[in-house]
Design a protein around this ligand. Structure first.
Ligand SMILES: Cc1cc2nc3c(=O)[nH]c(=O)nc-3n(C[C@H](O)[C@H](O)[C@H](O)COP(=O)(O)O)c2cc1C
Length: 224
């Protein structure tokens, strides 16, 4: 990820109201390149869908307070126990790239129409959720966060890299801002990441694991 992802992590907030401007071609190309790279390493089939309004029309979308959405990333992958976490991890990479390009985003698992979604979902694949993307009417606001001590624990002294990883995870989006994840330091270099409960728990887990890696530095630890 060759952009200032720490800045993107700090700047990102969910944005639910979008301007009608299309995504500029150069930005769409940068997003599609990163999506192709992530799909190649993960086996996912993430897709950028542009100028398509139907998935965000009607009751469900209004209920979720989203408006003006006509671009979104569909997170699609092979059915199986790992697909939600993978979509969380790689979807958030696209979110941070989008933020660095000056676009806004909102993860959406509930308040859109799966039937009207423009994604190609092959037999054996699952549409996990989507990410609304575009120029927002605002840049959103900082959400309330759980205290640091509520989401982690360490045997003995806490290294600086662990602290930095948890702080980045606390800035990550999670479904209904639950922040139900936990990070545990085992020994001096192993980190156990635990999901909370609920239908989006493993998507959230993938998202916060990416944030933790970016904050902590992958060279400092291994996932337990
Ligand atoms: C997996 C997932 C699913 C979400 N689904 C929805 C949704 O259906 N509708 C919505 O308005 N926001 C949705 N959100 C956005 C969260 O409400 C938001 O990330 C959270 O409140 C924290 O705010 P922030 O993203 O501004 O930090 C979802 C977030 C995640 C990570």
């Amino acid at each position: 990820m060759n952009f200032d992802y720490m800045q993107a992590i700090r700047d990102r907030h969910s944005v639910r109201k979008y301007l009608p401007d299309p995504i500029p071609e150069a930005m769409a190309a940068a997003l599609n390149e990163e999506i192709a790279r992530c799909n190649a390493v993960s086996g996912l089939s993430m897709q950028l869908i542009t100028e398509e309004e139907d998935a965000f029309k009607g009751f469900l979308a209004n209920y979720g307070l989203l408006s003006g959405v006509k671009n979104y990333i569909a997170l699609v992958g092979p059915k199986g126990p790992k697909v939600d976490e993978l979509c969380g991890y790689y979807g958030e990479r696209i979110v941070l790239l989008a933020q660095s390009l000056g676009l806004n985003t909102c993860w959406v698992a509930g308040t859109f129409s799966r039937r009207k979604c423009g994604a190609v979902v092959e037999n054996g694949q699952k549409l996990v959720c989507v990410i609304a993307i575009g120029r927002g009417k605002t840049n959103g606001v900082q959400s309330r966060s759980k205290p640091f001590s509520a989401v982690c624990k360490a045997e003995g002294e806490m290294p600086e890299w662990f602290r930095a990883g948890v702080e980045c995870a606390l800035l990550a989006p999670t479904a209904i801002n639950q922040q139900a994840f936990k990070f545990e330091l085992i020994g001096s270099r192993a980190v156990l990441a635990k999901a909370g409960v609920g239908p989006c728990a493993n998507i959230d887990l993938g998202i916060v694991k990416l944030h933790f890696e970016l904050g902590a530095g992958k060279e400092n630890f291994a996932w337990a």
